[in-house]
Write a protein that binds this ligand. Structure first.
Ligand code: AGP
Length: 616
């Protein structure tokens, strides 16, 4: 998650780029930078930190006034969420080719950057950063023979990964060329000026005429407009659309709330977290974590400590690790773990899951485990957070900044990291046949695309379910096995944003108490996706139905017998049952969302809650 913007037109572009970055800062703020072409030269300013730091650097460079003499008509800018390479000025974008001819900003990940880097170095190219992105600037320069579009086309043919980027060449003032592959890119068409950016809000103050760029397309922008073609060189005709959002909606990319925006960003969060770390046949690469393969191969036990949603991600991870790698896993709520003098020590791996990296109880639990001699791994979304300092190794989720207090995209990214970790263990410990491992690796890579489709396909039916149940005063969630953590998370989402009391229960345990709660008006949400215990779940669902309760089931596509038992069935795509939670959670997030919105509540800032809980 980084933010990029480019401008070409008659006005000095520095203030336009800086304002655009301001609207993209939610995508990352580890560092920022811009490059502006004036005449035949390119000037560049970069700074570590947020935009205020870039402002200071621009001030120091004497160019913040953005007047016509210091401004330029062609420029690109970037705000960074660090993935490959530390947070340093050298690693900040824009990145240049070694001869200074090309400047480029990129969002996403170049998976084969290491091979490209080696090839470039063998040819004598000096790379100046640790990033995966820099290689793209060098490739464009090497492929350039007078036509930047052609150079970009040749370059995308050499890249693997998911990325969008915008480049400019010293010899071609007034031209920007962008490419999109699985991360967002869009064009704004002004009067005699053109914008290319990661998201519409970056240029919405300047124009509302928008031309989306699709996957596998290259866009060549000049002040007069754009030409779009596919990577294969086929011209693309597309009419611009007019965006009618007001300023508040623009901040949320047109969504009503941050929570809804972040629900829609989940496929991208998983793509960023997973795609460059796993490739079928090549296995899982967690070398960025600092984990030692030998230690993992001999691991005796995993203990997960976390709070709230992060704890639920740990519970899903337990199924993956135990099923695939046959390593025993315990999960504990961090605030309990820290005070119960746990039996833990050398040879154990304690995983602290915390999106913020600052949750007091989780930090205390990690610290305690470390003092007792365990190896501690942090799974977090925030670089440099305290969790990264309280641990021996770190695995980052790459969900981008999450503003809504209710965790959505960070949850799915945490679950994805747990899957990666479980697959790595299975690979090292040889607990799965190679073809099964490869199948799972591919299935994990397929999730982002399928999840995108799931969000669209379930939205309408979930909203109608929410409409019917908006006035309920209690919801029961039931699930078993790997469906149980999904229920726990779904119930937490509903209670925190709608203030409706919920209970989430292991379905097999229902007749030991909670069944007494049921009457004809009770909505019972049941996670009945594919799992080794689906038959048992269906029996429990029958028992609930016999009491007259209103049953809403989440089922796997093709699993028609669930539809025969439940009053309402919401289908999600089929995948390996261990991976099902990534789909099953989507309708539950949306249900919580719609119920709360229909009650007129502020889902982004529910009462009494905080995004980061730094007190115990
Ligand atoms: C869930 O929507 C909440 N935001 C909350 O349960 C959260 O997951 C918990 O406070 C833990 O936060 P962390 O991941 O930042 O440690």
């Amino acid at each position: 998650m980084c933010g990029i913007i480019g401008y070409v037109g008659p006005r000095p572009c520095q203030p336009i780029l800086v304002a655009g970055l301001g609207k993209l800062e939610y995508r990352g703020y580890d560092s920022a930078g811009l490059a502006i072409m004036t005449g035949g030269s390119i000037e560049k300013v970069r700074a570590v930190g947020n935009l205020a730091m870039l402002g200071e650097a621009l001030d120091a460079a004497g160019r913040l006034d953005g007047d016509a003499t210091n401004g330029g008509s062609t420029g690109i800018a970037h705000t960074r969420w660090a993935t490959h390479g530390r947070v340093t000025e050298q690693n900040a974008h824009p990145h240049s080719a070694d001869d200074g001819s090309v400047e480029m900003v990129l969002n996403g990940i170049v998976e084969n950057h290491a091979e490209i880097r080696e090839g470039l170095q063998a040819e004598g190219v000096e790379l100046s950063s640790e990033t995966d992105a820099e290689v793209v600037a060098h490739l464009i320069a090497r492929n350039f023979e007078g036509d930047l579009t052609e150079a970009v086309r040749a370059t995308v043919g050499e890249l693997r990964g998911h990325f969008s980027f915008v480049a400019m060449h010293r010899d071609l003032p007034g031209v920007l060329v962008g490419a999109r592959w699985e991360t967002p890119l869009t064009v704004g068409l002004g009067e005699g000026e053109t914008f290319v950016a990661s998201a519409i809000p970056a240029f919405m103050a300047e124009t509302r005429e928008v031309l989306p760029v699709e996957n596998g397309e290259i866009v060549t922008a000049t002040a007069d407009g754009v030409e779009i073609e596919t990577f294969a060189g086929e011209p693309v005709e597309r009419d611009p659309e007019t965006v009618t959002w007001d300023e508040e909606a623009a901040e949320k990319s047109g969504y009503e709330t941050f929570m809804m925006k972040e629900i829609h960003e989940q496929p991208e969060a998983i793509a960023e977290t997973v795609l460059d770390r796993v490739r079928p046949g090549e296995g899982v690469d967690l070398s960025d974590s600092g984990l030692d393969d030998e230690f993992l191969a001999g691991l005796g036990r995993v203990v997960v400590v976390a709070c709230g949603t992060s704890y639920h991600a740990g519970l899903v991870g337990r199924y993956a690790i135990e099923t695939w790698a046959r390593v025993p896993v315990e999960c504990d709520i961090a605030s309990e773990y820290r005070y119960r003098d746990p039996v833990v020590g050398p040879g154990d791996l304690v995983i602290g899951i915390t999106q913020s990296g600052e949750t007091a109880d989780t930090l205390a639990a990690m610290k305690l485990a470390r003092e007792k001699g365990a190896t501690v791994l942090a799974v977090t979304n925030v670089m440099g957070s305290q969790a990264t300092r309280e641990s021996d190794a770190v695995l980052y989720t790459r969900a981008g900044l999450e503003i809504g207090v209710a965790a959505t995209k960070t949850f799915v990214a945490q679950v994805a990291v747990m899957y990666l970790f479980a697959l790595k263990l299975a690979e090292l410990r040889e607990t799965l046949p190679a073809e099964v491992l490869e199948g799972l690796e591919q299935a994990l890579r397929d999730i982002p695309e399928l999840m995108d489709a799931t969000i669209d396909s379930v939205s309408e039916v979930v909203e109608s379910v929410a409409e019917r149940h908006v006035d309920q005063d209690f919801f029961l969630y039931l699930g078993r096995h790997i469906g149980l953590p999904v229920c726990l998370e779904g119930a937490l989402k509903l209670k925190e944003v709608s203030y409706i009391p919920t209970d989430a229960y292991a379905a097999g345990e229902m007749k030991h108490g909670p069944i007494a709660l049921l009457d004809e008006s009770t909505p019972v949400v049941c996670v009945a996706t594919d799992s080794p215990v689906l038959d048992k779940v269906l029996s429990n669902l029958e028992e609930v139905r016999a009491r007259g309760a209103d049953t809403i089931a989440i089922a796997t596509e093709g699993s028609d017998r669930v539809g025969e038992v439940a009053d309402e069935t919401i289908f999600v795509p089929a995948t390996d049952w261990v991976l099902q939670p990534l789909f099953a959670i989507i309708p539950l997030q949306l249900l919580a969302y719609h119920v709360a919105r229909k009650r007129g509540l502020n889902v982004d800032q529910p009462r009494n809650l905080a995004k980061t809980v730094t007190v115990e």
